[in-house]
Design a protein around this ligand. Structure first.
Ligand code: SF4
Ligand code: SF4
Length: 142
């Protein structure tokens, strides 16, 4: 395998997650105009027991399921290796939402948006906010 680039991504450690959802709040605080527009790119789910929590967030994966399925090339990897959405060309077909194996691309019907992690352009708000060490920055090769 040829390594093209090293990309910094959000990595999750579910065993440490308490479900406090401060990561979601940090994400919304970074990206949205107000906190009531609560559309985080990172989302924390609870299992059936209600006792275990799992943060889900885009891992900028090498497979690029979302990029490859998009009919309008509205998702593309930038020079920093992060996959970003282009609102100007998107036709909201939601193919990317369905294609993501990690359930980490979301459609917001309010403003018609595709929401996914952009690492806060390298600021990693969620990682820096998590008080329990359940999120970390990981380097992957693509
Ligand atoms: S901030 Fe950390 S502990 Fe809290 S829900 Fe998010 S990942 Fe889990
Ligand atoms: S919803 Fe937009 S970004 Fe997603 S696959 Fe369709 S055109 Fe591409």
């Amino acid at each position: 395998m040829f390594i093209i680039d090293i990309v910094k991504v959000v990595s999750t450690i579910p065993g440490k997650c308490t479900g406090c959802r401060l990561c979601e709040l940090a994400c919304v605080n970074f990206h949205r105009d107000n906190l009531f527009d609560f559309q985080p790119a990172i989302r924390v789910y609870r299992d059936e027991s209600g006792l275990s929590f799992y943060p889900f967030v885009c891992r900028q994966c090498e497979e690029e399921f979302c990029v490859s399925v998009c009919p309008t090339n509205s998702l593309a990897r930038g020079s920093d290796g992060v996959v970003r959405w282009n609102e100007n060309t998107c036709i909201f077909c939601k193919q990317c939402v369905m294609a993501c194996e990690y359930e980490s691309i979301h459609f917001s019907p309010n403003k018609k948006e595709i929401i996914k992690c952009d690492t806060c352009n390298g600021e990693f708000s969620c990682v820096n906010t998590c008080p329990y060490g359940a999120l970390e920055i990981k380097e992957i090769a693509i």
